[in-house]
Unconditional design. Sequence first.
Lengths: 619, 328
Amino acid sequence: MTKQKENIAIKFAGDSGDGMQLTGAQFTDNTAAHGNDFATFPNYPAEIRAPQGTIHGVSGFQIHFGSRLIHTPGDEFDVLVAMNAAALKDSLSGLKSNGVLIVDRAGFDKKNLRLAGFDPDQDVLSSPMVNNFDCIVVEASRFAQETLADSPLDPKAKDRSKNMFILGLILWMYSRDIASVERFISEKFKDDEVLRKANLEVLEAGYHYGETAELSRYKTEVKAASLAPGEYRNIMGNTALAYGLMAAAAKAKLHMFYGSYPITPASDILHELAKHKYHGVQTFQAEDEIAAACAAIGASFGGALGVTGTSGPGLALKSEAVNLALMLELPLVVVDVQRAGPSTGMPTKTEQSDLLFAMYGRNGESPIPIVAAGSPSGAFSAAYWACKLAVEHMTPVVLLSDGYIANGSEPWRFPQLDKLPDIMIPKAPEDKGMGESYLPYQRNSDLVRSWVTPGTPNKQHRIGGLEKELETGNVSYDPDNHQAMTDMREEKVRRIATYLPNQEIHCGESQGDLLILGWGNTTGIIQSSVKELMEDGFKVGQIQLGFINPMPKNLGEILNKFKCILIPELNTGQLLKLMTIAYPTCNFLGLHKVKGVPFKKQEIVDEARKILKEVENGQ
Amino acid sequence: MDSKKLTARDYASDQDLRWCPGCGDFAILKQTQMVLAEIQADPAQTVFVSGIGCSSRFPYYMNTYGMHSIHGRATAIASGLRLTRPDLNIWVITGDGDSMSIGGNHLIHLLRRDLNLNVLLFNNEIYGLTKGQYSPTSKQHIKTKSSPFGSVEKPFNTLSLAFGAGASFIARSIDREAKHLQEMLKRTNEHEGTSLLEIYQNCHIFNDGAFEQFTDRKAQKLNAIFLRQDEVISFGENNEKAFRFDGLSPRAVDKANYPAEELWIHDESDALKASILCNWVESNPELPKLFGVIYAKKQSNNARNMDSDVLDERYVNDLIKGRKTWSV
Ligand SMILES: Cc1ncc(C[n+]2csc(CCOP(=O)(O)OP(=O)(O)O)c2C)c(N)n1
Ligand code: SF4
Ligand SMILES: [Mg+2]
């Protein structure tokens, strides 16, 4: 008897050597093929090879999938797979009270218990802490060894295939077809027959284990979701972002140059782009973030789409170069995949605390556009738009993503390039053949200068970081000119608003008592919160701000239709400050969290209810 | 480019020169314009990228493409331009502070990558633009505004630094030797790979006379060795001295006592000898300083990874679609 469920959240947790990320990724692919909607959240340990068996070494992968639309990886999970005692200790608090706990007995021996900080003589698996849950103790490690009794692999290598046992079991539990995983394994180990065979055998052993161990009562099916019709694929945030950059370059018919210095969680963008070396993308692993930004400026001067990517500490180093791009009025896209905290902070954890730095973190008056990605798949269009604005308005643009978006994945109804808006390169005015000299800083009605690159005959010119005369670009220290240039640079960014798509209501009401205004990774969690509040009869809506500087022109109109506006952010109130300056008459309230992890639905719903109650009481 | 022959003047922009009267930068600008005219460089294909400093004003005065950027970063900016524009002739203008202090990291990595750029390092052994602080090439004990009691820091040996970073072309000249400077500029331009030309440049205001021992005719003989390919490396008041190898150690000897083949004959393509020149001769205070092409690695094509292909829409469409899709 297979149960039917609308949605399920599973967390795979184990030592970083236990292959939990691979297990999660494979289960995700299978989930996609099964037609569910889903959201994932991988959580890596900070250290590469943290001491085995310890809490520091726990690697987790959470997936939430459903036959209905899924907006978040889930506040809590229905199933926890804990491969060892440390994983149990680390993740048990997130398991629902009626949840199912699956543990591998071998991970609970004396050594593992001690490493996880338990009393080694305690029988943890029989303790109330575990017995409060519906617990399945499997012997994945032992079964792996037994299944591979005849394999030439050494015992250690055999042990490593235990994650395949778990994957097989979970696939069986959720009534999945294992063929796609088998194909993956065959492909991955196509050059190593022994490993290929071993992994396939253990996977199948896990799949059949459910029947023999009489676990049928756990068997569940989550039917395919009714997503909007179209063609879908699974996409991770950093990959989507990289594709967005490439799509923009292709659409604008440009060569693309990506300068970067490795940094978590932005490095995967560099890794992705590096694959396309012979297809019009050039990556440059610079000696530091300054060089990365500067090389991108050089590429842009030469007529390529110059992009530089980093995380917070790198953005700090790039400040001076970004300002140079502003003065030169050259396109430059600066990707900041935000991470938690000041200084080195918590590199593998997420936060949204670089917003004001992106806005103000440069010397002098330095206005530049800011675009924010709202979800893993949303990173594609955010990146596309960042490039479009940079090229069409000859300006540096900061594109904000974060660790949660970067590593998360979801189904994506991907576009093809012909459906994306055109990107127009600002060309120099036609020569009238009068031998007139070219004025590099002559502007069009949007205050945008033309992009004339070295090699163009008879248009030689010099550009630089010194203040320049309005049109000629000649160095100028004239007081009135500096005032005019400062005002012009501000106005140039402000005029971009005319070209932005209108702000849309992301979900819920378009007028009412409470608008929840989010940006970045809060898209899904706010959406689920709004749904819950609406089910309770509240008049709530959500907008998710993708263009933060400048803001869409119709934003004020939307804001004015709500009594209160709640801005949840993973910082101490950065967008709140910007909104308060931009719309001083609106009633903004903030909800802030800086714990390195995303909001939970309950946190937003509780805060919203509190506000709605006050609104009701006429406060 | 039209067929009319360009003169040095055609490479000058309409901007007034703003250096102090007597500054060595004028001469370097003039010789560069002469050399570009001599090789009939296409101004539209020529780019000068500079950092910040007196010397870095240079691009404003050239009727070519140019960028006056930020302090220390011209090498990094030019690298990005080089990698995406194989067609251009790109020159980097930098000072001793710009290239070896704030931009030191970029300089060594450029030399390591060996991208085809011509780097002109204007070394005046002082921070000119900020009005006279000691620089990473200033002589020890120098009294400047920031070292009123004499600087305690030792200067870089520029040649050794460049060689250590893997430079494939190292040369030195001086503002006052017009012909030599022209010749070195041409060699710098011809080399495929990063060519580093250090030019001793007099800062008339803050470090006047720093290189007098190389410009005064008499002193020059004692203090400078002008290297020439396939010629015996000789020095001394009457060119009477030369080097003779004792194992790997060069010893200064009287030239007259030995046949030429027993003396050190300069071969700019010999890496071992270049390393001895950079690390031993140059750093020996008893010996004269080196001028000319110190090292020029023979290399054929250095078009490393340069690419300017436009992204193809079909390729991107396929990529976006990926390999595993499903329809709803
Ligand atoms: C980030 C930064 N720090 C400091 C300065 C100030 N500054 C400008 S030029 C310069 C030194 C220039 O010395 P050098 O490179 O030797 O050039 P020179 O003026 O001697 O030709 C300094 C410190 C600056 N412009 N930018
Ligand atoms: S300060 Fe020195 S280097 Fe600068 S322009 Fe004057 S003389 Fe030349
Ligand atoms: Mg100097």
